[in-house]
Structures are given as structure tokens and as C-alpha cells.
Design a protein around this ligand. Structure first.
Ligand SMILES: NC(=O)c1ccc[n+]([C@@H]2O[C@H](COP(=O)([O-])OP(=O)(O)OC[C@H]3O[C@@H](n4cnc5c(N)ncnc54)[C@H](OP(=O)(O)O)[C@@H]3O)[C@@H](O)[C@H]2O)c1
Length: 251
């Protein structure tokens, strides 16, 4: 009788694609998975040098340039992964974009802005899932982790289109957990304010979090990566969205 699952059984030697992994949260997740023995597929659109240089930091890794909002790029990411590693066990949908628009600036949130954000955060995420789920079903530990945001759970965030796109990712996660179980588990993380290049100029917000959140600081990519590792390892967890915000939402 097996009493305990060996630690990191779903990570060590498993193939993990992490979209948008040359910077910030995705980079933190990719490095942590690599340190735990995963075979990591790195990805981004323009930061090719950073991606190639990360392959030297992660023992068993490849970098695949590609924009998740472009169907032909998604095909390439999946096909190159299969050619190199022969399968896919874990998909971390981290790539995302935003636009900083005051929520009262209704005119600023044009339909074109909505479309450009949804193309990546929602349709690109969905396309990655659409083209990998059959491979994940063939794995003994198929798992999807979506990166949503506190903005997808609370009426806040860098713009209304961004927050709504992240709310869509939350709902997508729950619906897919029902649709893809028992073979594939689907969970999400919802980061609060995390120190990354994306938030490097957000001093005011960082000050607020440092004052108001019970843990008195913004998060780091490693704080989020730890939860992603936990979700990948938790074999009885699906359809869950974990808020990683140092308790900020309580204030
Ligand atoms: N930082 C926060 O406080 C925070 C809070 C909540 C949620 N999040 C979410 O966390 C995720 C990562 O954010 P971050 O702060 O780590 O951002 P970041 O430092 O700007 O990193 C974004 C990464 O995604 C890549 N990327 C962007 N668009 C892409 C696309 N279409 N296809 C493939 N890769 C793409 C970027 O590389 P290229 O530019 O070269 O493509 C980069 O590697 C996002 O989904 C964001 O919504 C962040």
C-alpha cells in the first residue's frame, strides 16, 4: 500500500511547458521546476536571448520562441516540445499582457484594447490547452496550471479589460477541471502584487501592499512558483484557484 506520494513525483523527469517564461513569474516557475528535475520548455515572443541564456541555467530545457496568440506559433511550441521530449505532462499558462487604464476611463478601454488583451490572456491560453490536452491525457500526471490574478477575483487591476480576461481564466479553470478530469487536473494561481519587470514602476501600489497586507510586502516570483509546485504535486486537487497575495485581499 502506498502511504505517501514521493515528493515532486509529478515534477521530477516530467515535461513542463511554461509560457512566457523569460521574465518575472514565468521565469521563477521555470527555474523552480528545473531545480526540481523537470524537463522545461521555455517560451516568449521577443526576449529570445534571455530564453536561450536560461537554457544554460536549467539542466534539461529548451527555448521555443512563439506568441501564444498566434495559432501557428502554438502549433510550433507543441510540435517542437514533442519532437524534443516525446510528450507533455504539465502546462503552465503564464504568458499574459495588460494595459494600464484607469477604470473610470471608459473611452480608453476601446474594443481594440479588449481584443488585444483577450487575444493573449484568454484565446492564447485556450489555444495552448486545446492543442495540448490530448498529450496531457496520455501522461500519468497530466496537469494544467493557469496564471490568473487577484484582478480576476476582485474588482481591481490594471484595467477593466485585463481584470475581465483574468476572471475568464478563473472560470475556464473550473469548467476545464470538470471537463478534463480524472485524467487531467486543472488549477490556477491568482497572484496579488508581485515584483517583476511588469510592476517595476508601480511604487505606489507596492507601498499600499506593504502597509495593508498582513504579510507587509509585495510577493516575489518564487512565492508564486512555490504554490505552482504545490498544485502540480497535489494529486487530489482540481478546479482550485489559489490567491497568492500575502493576505492583501483581506484589507
Ligand atoms: N506581476 C504581477 O504583479 C502579476 C499579478 C497578477 C498576475 N500576473 C500575471 O502573471 C503573468 C506574468 O506576469 P509577470 O509580471 O511575470 O510579467 P513579465 O515580467 O512582463 O513577463 C511576461 C512574460 O510573458 C512573455 N509574453 C508576453 N506575451 C507573450 C505571448 N503573447 N506569448 C508568449 N509569451 C509572452 C514575456 O516575454 P516577451 O515579452 O519576450 O514575449 C515574458 O517572458 C501574467 O499572466 C500576468 O497577468 C502578474
Amino acid at each position: 500500500m502506498t502511504l505517501l506520494t514521493p515528493l515532486n513525483k509529478n515534477i521530477n523527469d516530467k515535461v513542463a511547458i511554461v509560457t512566457g517564461s523569460t521574465s518575472g513569474i514565468g521565469r521563477g516557475i521555470a527555474l523552480m521546476l528545473g531545480n526540481l528535475g523537470a524537463k522545461v520548455v521555455l517560451n516568449s515572443t521577443t526576449s529570445v536571448e534571455a530564453g536561450i541564456s536560461m537554457t544554460k541555467e536549467i539542466k534539461d530545457s529548451i527555448y521555443i520562441q512563439g506568441d501564444i496568440s498566434k495559432p501557428q506559433d502554438v502549433e510550433k511550441i507543441i510540435n517542437d516540445t514533442l519532437d524534443h521530449f516525446g510528450g507533455i505532462d504539465t502546462l503552465v499558462n503564464n504568458a499574459g499582457i495588460t494595459r494600464l487604464i484607469d477604470h473610470k476611463d471608459i473611452e480608453g478601454a476601446s474594443v481594440d484594447v479588449w481584443k488585444s488583451i483577450f487575444e493573449v490572456n484568454v484565446f492564447g491560453t485556450w489555444d495552448m490547452i486545446l492543442k495540448t490536452y490530448k498529450h496531457l491525457e496520455e501522461s500519468s500526471s497530466g496537469v494544467i496550471i493557469n496564471v490568473s490574478s487577484i484582478a480576476g477575483l476582485r474588482p481591481t487591476g490594471s484595467s477593466i479589460p485585463y481584470a475581465t480576461s483574468k476572471a475568464a481564466v478563473v472560470h475556464m479553470t473550473k469548467l476545464l477541471a470538470k471537463a478534463l478530469g480524472p485524467k487531467v487536473r486543472v488549477n490556477a494561481v491568482a497572484p496579488g502584487l508581485i515584483e517583476t519587470p511588469w510592476t517595476q514602476d508601480w511604487d505606489f501600489a507596492k507601498q499600499i501592499v506593504s502597509q495593508q497586507a498582513p504579510l507587509k510586502r509585495p510577493g516575489t516570483p518564487e512565492d508564486v512558483a512555490e504554490i505552482v509546485v504545490g498544485l502540480i504535486n497535489s494529486k487530489y486537487l482540481t478546479g482550485e484557484v489559489v490567491l497568492v497575495d500575502g493576505g492583501w485581499n483581506l484589507s
